[in-house]
Design a protein around this ligand. Structure first.
Ligand code: GGG
Length: 355
């Protein structure tokens, strides 16, 4: 039996309850596909911060490096500024483990209505490949005159040829593998960001030349936001910088029914370090603790984790079970217009796997 060491960081808010359901689903498949996930719960996040003045221990990266994967819920707390929670946990992990590819699929599942009229199940099906270690999220900048009237902050975006080329190449390789439209769309803003984004555009042109069989287009981020609404069915693989990828995948979530259905994977494609799997959504303080959040994004992130660990059939089975439940439509959480709670949705997917 294949065994994997999984670090579990439930984090904050609804992260706690969605990961609970994710683990339930993952464990249902272990015995069927002859693998075992050995979880270690790491109680890091905002509560840890309130006790220790940091989101995770100083040796956190060292601790995490011994795991095969990280399964994360959410970070964010109403009493802490978001830059504290993000820069204290999520971003250092992505950077330290060089998880330079963030995969975020947007699929209109059966039974789900898009707020955009006229789209049938499967007609929206694209994946955003988000650069995940540099760009606008680079840890470069500083404050001056903090707490004085002249207070200022400098934030530097970093675009390296190496960093752009490797993530763009990943996007093209993915387009080759996908049974999609064989199209890679690059997201840019080089008309206004005349240095870093020009490096991005040049990298895109160089890599595109190596894949003559793949169609390409380049959109400015503002136009891309509009086109995601106007023609979401035209996209296949979309590659963008750290910030642009983050913004576009919220649109991708809502046009396919709910961000509660959006799973994601932060991948080190070279497999030198553990990769991290987390729902796209955050900690949702407004509904935290009520047990009504949609666990599907966390469950689909778990499926992406299984795929990464080599259990491709088991991963596909989770996706099929999710589709089955959504298509049936009798168990839906509030974000999808239903009344089921988090646990009932998790149990319905487990039951679908057992039949
Ligand atoms: N599911 C992880 C989480 O809490 N995400 C919240 C968030 O703000 N993420 C920003 C990002 O992915 O860059």
């Amino acid at each position: 039996m294949k065994q994997h060491k999984i670090a579990v960081i439930r984090g904050d808010g609804i992260g706690l309850e969605v990961i609970e359901e994710g683990i339930k689903v993952l464990d249902t498949l272990g015995s069927k596909y002859n693998f075992k996930l050995n979880y270690t719960e790491l109680p890091w996040g905002s509560d840890w911060y309130f006790k220790n003045d940091s989101m995770m221990p100083v040796d956190a990266i060292n601790q995490l490096s011994s795991y095969d994967a990280i399964y994360l819920g959410a970070v964010g707390h109403p009493e802490l500024q978001d830059h504290v929670t993000l820069n204290g946990l999520l971003l250092p992990i992505r950077r330290a483990f060089d998880q330079y590819v963030c995969l975020r699929p947007s699929i209109l599942y059966p039974g789900i209505n898009s707020p955009l009229s006229g789209y049938k199940s499967g007609e929206i099906d694209f994946i955003v490949v988000r650069e995940n270690t540099e760009g606008e999220y680079a840890n470069a900048g500083g404050f001056q005159y903090l707490d004085f009237p002249a207070e200022l902050g400098v934030q530097t975006a970093i675009f390296t040829r190496h960093g752009c080329e490797r993530v763009i190449k990943y996007a093209f390789d993915l387009a080759v593998k996908r049974a999609g439209k064989k199209l890679v769309t690059s997201i840019t803003k080089s008309n206004a960001q005349g240095y870093g984004m020009v490096v991005w555009d040049r990298a895109f042109e160089r890599i595109a030349a190596q894949y003559p069989e793949i169609k390409t287009e380049s959109l400015l981020i503002d136009a891309a936001c509009m086109e995601f609404i106007r023609r979401p069915d035209s996209f296949d693989v979309v590659v963008g910088s750290n910030l642009f990828g983050d913004i576009l995948t919220d649109i991708g979530g809502i046009i396919t029914g709910s961000i509660g259905l959006s799973g994601s994977a932060n991948i080190d494609p070279e497999r030198r370090f553990p990769s991290m799997f987390e729902p796209v959504h955050g900690s949702a303080p407004d509904i935290a603790g009520k047990g009504i959040s949609n666990p599907i994004a966390a469950i689909l992130s778990g499926a992406m984790m299984l795929n990464h660990l080599g259990h491709v059939e088991a991963s596909t089975e989770i996706e099929k079970a999710v589709k089955k439940i959504l298509q049936r439509g009798d168990v839906l959480t509030a974000d999808l217009g239903g009344q089921a709670n988090t646990e009932i949705m998790g149990n319905a997917i487990v039951a679908a796997l057992n039949h």
